[in-house]
Design a protein around this ligand. Structure first.
Ligand code: DGT
Ligand code: CA
Ligand code: CA
Length: 579
């Protein structure tokens, strides 16, 4: 049998592969039975609760036939798929991009391809403008307009890029810099370092005594599309990714690293305030150090910490440098939550619903992070698209959790659920059943367009429920894509306080929900927050670090974040809901 390592292919990868092949076949106009065989196989895998390492005989899975089985085996052995590769040769590349247009699925696109010969954006635009699409049976004028609108907004470069859209570019630059010759120290700076949820560009500070040698390497980084500037102190490039990402690099001698880093971390308003403070002391701050105006001497610093101390300030973390009171409060920032304070993750998914890893695998990775507890919180039955679990399957899952628990003496695994709050305001399970679970999350995943009143009624029902410990991603927003539902945050925060309901900071970088602005209000009102990854695979358990960054930006103190507490304290807090 095929053995897979944890870090190789996961089950989600196979499901995506099968679905992708189905789409290619559909575009080719293949026969429906063949297409549906791939969809059925994907579905069968999705509903099978086992992870890859637990499946040893594929032929016993109902829905996976000989053909799909050989595609899977090929993929597991080689990491690629010959079937997909062939299809990719046959189907025009430009056609695949059109699948990103809202409302244009494989079936419709297949007809545009076969009946109108549309192979790319330009073809589609022309066909819409000449009303060829509207003339097709089953399309019509409305759908033509919709397709055209969708086409025009496709990959349109927004003014500010969502955090999530640039984090990949940031990572690959950091990897390159870590291995680059002549680089002494480097750091991200600018709004990305401050954990803003959108950024205009990325900024990096590099210390080196050979700026020209570094420059030569920077302009040759992978995927550089344009070089905007390339001097001795500054290099600016555009990196081609999902969007075009502008990146500024500043190169300085190592003794100026701390002050340059501070200068280009900003924010601009923070810098202005610190400059005023310096001026009142007869000093002048520049990128290169602090000048004593009387003596003309310039002082440099080993670290930003030394730099702040010079002004009789405690270290002000980059996340709060927004000229919003950080100077007056600099003595409190050593109490902000840090990643090492985190003792557990209370929201994650497994192969039982729409996750990529088994319970055991998630436990193993959580243990490696040094966590003391986790909650397994797969979706509830209402959420069919995510293979949500009903009462019977949740009871079966608890047995599996108990079995796994035996292997992890140092990690408490809570049997939980991410329960849907239904559109009519009712909950997916009754209290008699909820009582059986260790951990219940309330979440909205449907009817986003309801009125504020309807949404608040749903949220309040959940918050009043004695078994619901926290509300997941409270606004439902996706940064740069979706506004979320109509939550009245002031009311939500007040209610959370009254009912001892914890609010989530969902650490998924697409969400960061709650935002740092609302976290600040939670902190002020004494509302407790839990930072969770909502991981659907082992890698996304790493979102915790970014979640903590957002929490710090929201001035959250360690004590406010409940998953820094020992489990016993958490359990005592939950009891308050039932009093
Ligand atoms: P953004 O718009 O998301 O790129 O935000 P930042 O903060 O990264 O802004 P950016 O890239 O224009 O500049 C990076 C930092 O450099 C900024 O936060 C503060 C500093 N900086 C840039 N221009 C000025 C300026 O005119 N005055 C001062 N005091 N600082 C500046
Ligand atoms: Ca920037
Ligand atoms: Ca910049």
């Amino acid at each position: 049998m095929v053995n897979t390592k944890d870090d190789a292919v996961n089950k989600k990868d196979i499901i995506y592969l099968l679905e992708k092949i189905a789409i290619y076949l559909e575009l080719q106009g293949e026969n429906p039975f063949k297409i549906s065989a791939y969809r059925k196989a994907a579905q069968a895998l999705e509903t099978d609760p086992r992870s890859l390492s637990e499946i040893d005989d594929w032929s016993t899975i109902k829905g996976i036939g000989k053909g799909t089985q050989s595609v899977i085996t090929d993929f597991l052995e080689s990491g690629t798929s010959e079937t997909l590769r062939q299809l990719q040769e046959e189907v025009p590349e430009g056609l695949i991009q059109l699948l990103d247009i809202q409302g244009l699925g494989g079936k419709k696109l297949a007809r545009l391809y076969q009946e109108l010969g549309i192979e790319n954006k330009a073809d589609l635009k022309l066909a819409c403008e000449n009303h060829k699409v509207a003339e097709l049976k089953g399309f019509g004028k409305k759908s033509e307009e919709k397709i055209l609108t969708g086409l025009l907004s496709l990959n349109e470069q927004p003014d500010r890029l969502p955090f999530d859209a640039v984090r990949g570019v940031r990572r690959s630059i950091e990897t390159a810099l870590a291995n680059m010759a002549f680089v002494e120290r480097f750091s991200i700076a600018g709004s990305m370092r401050r954990m803003r949820e959108t950024v205009k560009d990325l900024d990096f500070i590099i210390s080196t005594s050979a700026p020209n040698k570094v420059k030569e390497q920077l302009i040759k980084l992978d995927h550089v599309k344009d070089v905007i500037a390339s001097g001795e102190t500054k290099v600016s490039v555009v990196i081609e990714d999902q969007f075009d990402v502008s990146v500024d690099f500043r190169m300085v001698a190592d003794e100026a690293f701390a002050t340059t880093l501070h200068h280009f971390t900003g924010s601009k308003d923070h810098n202005v305030m610190l400059r005023q403070l310096a001026k009142s002391r007869g000093e002048k701050i520049s990128e290169y150090g602090v000048e004593n105006l009387a003596t003309g001497e310039t002082k440099t610093f080993k670290s930003e910490e030394d730099f702040f101390n010079h002004f009789d300030l405690y270290f002000i973390p980059p996340e709060v440098r927004e000229a919003k009171g950080e100077f007056e409060h600099s003595s409190t920032f050593n109490r902000l939550v840090t990643l090492s304070d985190i003792k557990g993750d209370l929201h994650m998914h497994t192969t039982w619903s729409d996750g990529a890893q088994s319970i055991e695998e998630m436990a193993r990775f959580a243990e490696a992070k040094g966590y003391e507890y986790i909650a397994i919180t797969d979706h509830s039955k209402f959420l069919r698209v995510a293979n949500g679990l009903n009462e019977k399957r949740l009871r079966e899952q608890r047995q599996e959790i108990e079995r796994v628990q035996n292997h992890f003496p140092n990690l408490k695994i809570l049997a939980g659920v991410e329960m849907d709050i239904l559109p009519d305001g009712s909950l997916d399970f009754d209290n008699a059943f909820l009582q059986e679970l260790d951990y219940v999350i309330g979440a909205i995943h449907s009817s986003f367009n309801q009125t504020e009143e309807e949404i608040m009624t749903r949220l309040f029902t959940a918050m009043e429920n004695p078994y619901i410990k926290h509300i997941a991603h409270p606004t439902g927003r996706i940064i740069g894509k979706r506004k979320g539902y109509h939550v009245n945050m002031e009311k939500l925060i007040k209610k959370a306080k009254e009912t001892h309901t914890i609010l989530e900071l969902n650490a998924n970088p697409k969400r960061f929900d709650l935002s740092s602005e609302w976290l600040k209000v939670c902190q002020e009102h004494g509302v407790k927050v839990t930072i969770n990854t909502d991981a659907h695979s082992k890698d996304t358990l790493d979102f915790m670090a970014e979640g903590v960054g957002v929490a710090r930006r929201g001035w959250l103190l360690k004590d406010t974040v409940v998953n820094t507490w020992p489990l016993a304290e958490l359990e005592a807090y939950w009891k308050k809901k039932q009093e």
